[in-house]
Design a binder for this molecule. Sequence first.
Ligand code: C2E
Ligand code: MG
Ligand code: MG
Ligand code: MG
Length: 280
Amino acid sequence: EAKRDGRNTLRFFHNNMESDVTYRMALEMELRESLGKSEFVLHYQPQVDGSGTVVGVEALLRWNHIKRGIVGPAVFVPIAEASGLIVQLGSWVIRSACQQLAEWAAVPEMAHLTLAVNVSARQFRQQDFVSETLATIAETGARPDRLKLELTETLLIENVEDTIGKMRQLKQSGISFALDDFGTGYSSLSYLKLLPLDQLKIDRSFVRDVLVDPNDASIARSIVALGQALGLAIIAEGVETEAQRAFLAELGCECCQGYLFGRPMEVHLLEAMIRDMHSA
Ligand code: C2E
Ligand code: MG
Ligand code: MG
Ligand code: MG
């Protein structure tokens, strides 16, 4: 009995792996084809300050797949990273974000917003990342001081000198930097001190149970203290309830991003939301 179960389990697992590999290969092929077409779109999620005012937005990539519908980045970004396609895709993201910033510059209620863009380690590692980004800013007419790049801790542990050098060059033009998903990686605090960061983002995984899990509350409190000690702004991601918002504010983290304030949304919905807030 046990033997048969074991064999069945094994075969099931094997089939599963096979279909997973097939699926990933299909997606990679389709990703490659989609890069030339306009199947990608940026959605925007509001970031609010302590008074609830929208001070910025994060651009979150969506793949509007002809057959599969909207595919989220959790599915295709890892595939794009593994295959190297993230470099081209990431360039498209920065260009689109800069075009959006340039458009918003002419809209009074949008002009003050910072736009945060996720940059993958592989993309940031490209030798021409700085020159290409600065060229895109110049070509689109975006204000560099409205652009914020979100990096993850992977960049802190490998080739720190290269990272610092690139950050410094980009900061000289006014671009700012946030460290995304903070607390989930393996970054050393001594590196954190060296990097010219502007903001730490408390990862959603600590925010979720911050009211019920004392460990998560302690971690959130420590991140706030660390940010304050290093002179960095703090924002919490994944804030879904008013109670979480109030608790985080109590800890000293007033800026929030999460479903409580708005999901990632199409640009016209974001613009309508902010227009409504202004006329209210
Ligand atoms: P991230 O940068 O940490 O983005 C935050 C993620 O949390 C987003 O998922 C967002 O939709 C989700 N989120 C925001 N508020 C809440 C909330 O209150 N509750 C819950 N449950 N979730 C919330 P999304 O859009 O699926 O993106 C996942 C990840 O994909 C991002 O995590 C980022 O690492 C990556 N990604 C997204 N766009 C890009 C991109 O343009 N380039 C690169 N390299 N990576 C991207
Ligand atoms: Mg992010
Ligand atoms: Mg994040
Ligand atoms: Mg996260």
